[in-house]
Ligand binder design. Structure first.
Ligand SMILES: CC(C)(COP(=O)(O)OP(=O)(O)OC[C@H]1O[C@@H](n2cnc3c(N)ncnc32)[C@H](O)[C@@H]1OP(=O)(O)O)[C@@H](O)C(=O)NCCC(=O)NCCS
Length: 337
């Protein structure tokens, strides 16, 4: 017996507090003009003091489950993608599982940063194809705001990131006509760890001698993300372009056949360059970075939910997705929605 999987429900949640570029001007030595020109970002959401990543994930999950039409109790696996876990351990999937009151089911965390959602989609698809699981809740959620250096020292990174969550329910699908029926057609996953330190969060870390974190590390700012922005930009455009082509080839579809492109939202200019290099019309790329900034593992499901709500993404459409991030990791997928 061979199985397929498909996305049957989508949901998202963002905190209510909006921080515009003008708000950031007051914190760090930056300008609305610099941020918009370089990234396309206009505003982002940041949580209040009492909200965690699993809280955002919980709200997005409830909506995805409701939209899927299945009962919460039918979920048999949680895959949680985040780089901002509630705690170092256990994985945030376990905290979410407790909040959803679904004891006993499989809960798995993955650490693939901006590619986390597509890595998770691939894992969900493969577990369902194997026949071991039927209904997987896949969540990408981040609380970046509590981990950013909001002084002028951190401006090159801190203006980019926002908080948010997106979730999908991936379920076993009946596919009679692979050209027409909704299903995940391919997922492609890649990494190059030799470039890990081009975008990383060094501390706390068990690789340090004696202590995971100490005052000297904090003084040096090693507990804040470190990024070589130019290297990220160059590799992101190259890798996203490549892996989109690979995915289309594997799925036996032409780029022209794709109805909607849901790219990771790191920078509007990265997405425009990928679209330009591949001859994709801009109106086929659904961008949300202007309103949310980069929400890392959440960008793709958050964009998917907004696209559904805006009536841009409809059942039966052919969707292609690509992401790039810390690791470096990159990934792509093609599915019939
Ligand atoms: C971050 C990024 C927007 C920076 O753009 P850039 O054109 O490479 O800018 P640079 O880093 O060369 O900095 C240019 C100048 O702006 C300054 N600058 C940096 N951040 C700034 C900010 N937030 N506001 C104002 N000025 C800033 C720099 O200090 C530098 O000043 P100098 O010329 O006087 O030295 C760009 O590299 C990028 O988007 N990279 C990809 C990042 C990304 O996507 N990360 C997430 C990956 S998933």
């Amino acid at each position: 017996m061979s199985y397929f999987s498909k996305i049957i429900g989508v949901g998202s949640f963002v905190p209510k507090n909006v921080y515009t570029n003008f708000d950031l001007e007051k914190m760090m030595d930056t300008t609305d003009e610099w941020i918009q020109q370089r990234t396309g970002i206009v505003e982002r959401r940041w949580v209040d003091d009492h909200t965690s990543t699993s809280d955002l994930a919980y709200e997005a999950s409830l909506k995805a489950i409701e939209n899927s039409g299945i009962k919460k109790e039918d979920i048999d696996m949680i895959i949680f993608a985040t780089l901002s876990p509630d705690h170092d351990f256990p994985g945030t999937g376990c905290f979410l599982q407790a909040k959803l009151n679904l004891p006993g089911i499989t809960a798995l965390d993955i650490r693939q940063q901006c590619s986390g959602f597509l890595y998770g989609l691939s894992i969900a698809d493969k577990f369902i194809r194997s026949g071991s699981h039927k209904n997987v809740l896949l969540v990408g959620a981040e609380v970046h705001s509590k981990g950013l250096d909001k002084t002028p020292n951190g401006r090159n990174v801190s203006v980019l990131f926002g908080d948010g969550a997106g979730a999908v329910v991936v379920s076993r699908a009946e596919v009679n006509d692979p050209k027409k029926d909704s299903h995940i057609m391919t997922t492609q996953l890649f990494a190059d760890g030799s470039l890990a330190k081009e975008l990383w969060l060094p501390a706390p870390g068990f690789a340090f001698p004696k202590e995971r974190i100490n005052e000297a590390m904090i003084k040096e700012g090693l507990h804040y993300p470190q990024m070589n922005g130019k290297a990220v930009f160059v590799h992101a455009t190259k890798r996203m372009t490549e892996c989109l082509q690979t995915a289309c080839k594997e799925a036996s579809v032409e780029l022209n056949d794709v109805d909607l492109f849901l790219f990771h939202q790191a920078n509007l200019r990265i997405n425009s360059k990928v679209a330009e290099d591949l001859g994709i019309p801009e109106n086929k790329v659904f961008n949300t970075i202007q309103r949310y900034g980069n929400t890392t593992a959440a960008t793709i499901p958050l964009g998917m939910d907004d696209a559904v709500k805006a009536g841009v993404l409809k059942k039966g459409m052919l969707v292609a997705s690509a992401a790039f991030g810390s690791g470096f990791t990159w990934a792509s997928a093609v599915w019939r929605f």
